[in-house]
Design a protein around this ligand. Structure first.
Ligand code: ADP
Length: 399
């Protein structure tokens, strides 16, 4: 049974075609830096053949066309071979578990768009386009929020008048597939029962969040009801004193939409550095002496450090710290800056120890230094397999 998983991030579109008989990958691809000048589309066949096309992809609609055309040309005799499509959706509102897409589900996803203005429009466009090009397939929405349903009220509530909590305004959290996957992967790598571990997982990509996981259950996370809270991200601000928002709006006569645009698209690494939203570009500029880029890099790392401190107290200790996401997995510089000075708290990093082993078929980079109380791992996240499994279970339930 062939299941296609489509994961549209804020600036990327990743897709994987699985044969769920044995969970093997038939074809996968990634379109990166959507909207930027130096975009590319790389894909990999089952035989391991890889291709990268340097191409400027203007928006998510164009990215989707490129994905479907490539699949049709390179991997399938017809798109009809795809039995089901798992679509990553950030915020499912009342839906937390994966669900077959219906007009009611789409209405609920659209209702959540003001909470997720950066992700939901491309996700909705992607679902509609896929449904029209693959009407034969079952379309399933899998939600980022599912993993955080276990967060207790005192962590979820905002300090607003209580009626907002009653109306459903609460911290929801995102990146659930990634936090859940790397947590399971770390436990497997360490050969310890997940129930016995206190873990902090740092998903650091264009979007970024931390999660405190106690015995495999999320008990707190840095993202809230929208995709803005917490860490500094590629183009998003993360935490800002809420009192500043109306002050800036008044001073610059900004509408709510203009203010949102600034917080979501013009802030974060991009707004701070003036160089790029992409960490590779920011690191390179900082390395070449660009002071704003260095400040952006330092501020990004400082915010992660501060949240790790918070999660450490929330958990009452930590056995494992996991770095994931494009930045967390790949940037030794970022990991070094985050953990600088944390040796006394049991976090001893050794970036020279390049031990890589496999768990759940993904490489785990163990960067735990000598005498570290906490195991420190960098893991390539694999959100797609979590989504494919959830999609399959929806198909089975419907059978
Ligand atoms: P998304 O949230 O779009 O899925 P990813 O998890 O793919 O994002 O992460 C993208 C980010 O990872 C970009 O900022 C990119 O620059 C960064 N990144 C990828 N590789 C590296 C690297 N080797 N060093 C530093 N940053 C990297």
């Amino acid at each position: 049974m062939k299941i296609l998983v489509v994961n549209s991030g804020s600036s990327s579109l990743k897709y994987t075609l699985f044969d769920m008989a044995d969970e093997s990958i038939l074809f996968s691809g990634e379109i990166e830096r959507i909207g930027l000048d130096n975009g590319n589309h790389s894909f990999r066949s089952r035989q391991g053949e890889e291709k990268t096309l340097e191409t400027r992809i203007r928006g998510h609609g164009q990215a989707l066309d490129a994905m479907l055309d490539t699949l049709a040309q390179e991997s399938l005799s017809s798109l009809h071979e795809i039995v089901a499509v798992a679509h990553r959706v950030a915020h499912g509102g009342k839906y937390r578990d994966a669900v077959r897409i219906s007009p009611e589900v789409m209405d609920e996803i659209r209702r959540m768009t003001p909470m997720i203005p950066l992700h939901h429009p491309p996700m909705i466009e992607e679902i509609e386009e896929c449904e029209s090009r693959m009407p034969h397939a079952v379309h399933v929405a899998v939600f980022d929020t599912w993993f955080h349903a276990s967060i207790p009220d005192e962590a979820a509530i905002y300090g607003l008048p209580y009626r907002y909590f009653e109306q459903g305004y609460r911290r929801i959290g995102f990146h659930g597939h990634s936090h859940a996957y790397v947590c399971a992967c770390a436990a497997k790598y360490l050969e310890q029962p997940i129930e016995a571990l206190k873990m902090i997982t740092c998903h650091l990509g264009n979007g970024a969040s931390l999660c405190a996981i106690d015995g495999g259950r999320s008990i707190d996370t840095s993202l809230g009801m929208t995709a803005l809270e917490g860490l500094i991200m590629g183009t998003r601000s993360g935490d800002v004193d809420p009192g500043l928002i109306p002050v800036i709006m008044n001073e610059e006569s900004l509408s709510p939409d203009q203010m949102m645009n600034m917080l979501y698209r013009e802030s974060g690494l991009k707004g701070l550095s003036g160089v790029s939203s992409d960490m590779r570009d920011v690191e390179a500029a900082a390395h070449h002496g660009d002071r704003r880029a260095l400040l952006a890099l330092d501020a990004f790392c400082y915010r992660v450090k501060r949240y790790i401190g918070a999660m450490l107290m929330v958990l009452g200790g930590c056995d494992v710290l996991v770095f994931a996401g494009g930045i967390g997995r790949n940037s030794g510089t970022v990991r070094r800056k985050i953990l600088q000075g944390a040796e006394g708290l049991g976090f001893v990093l050794d970036e020279n120890k390049r031990v890589t082993e496999s768990a759940e078929d993904q490489p785990v980079l163990d960067v735990t230094g000598p005498g570290s109380r906490v195991r420190i791992l960098a893991i390539t996240t694999w959100e797609e397999i979590v989504m494919a499994r959830q999609c399959l279970s929806v198909l089975k339930k419907g059978a």
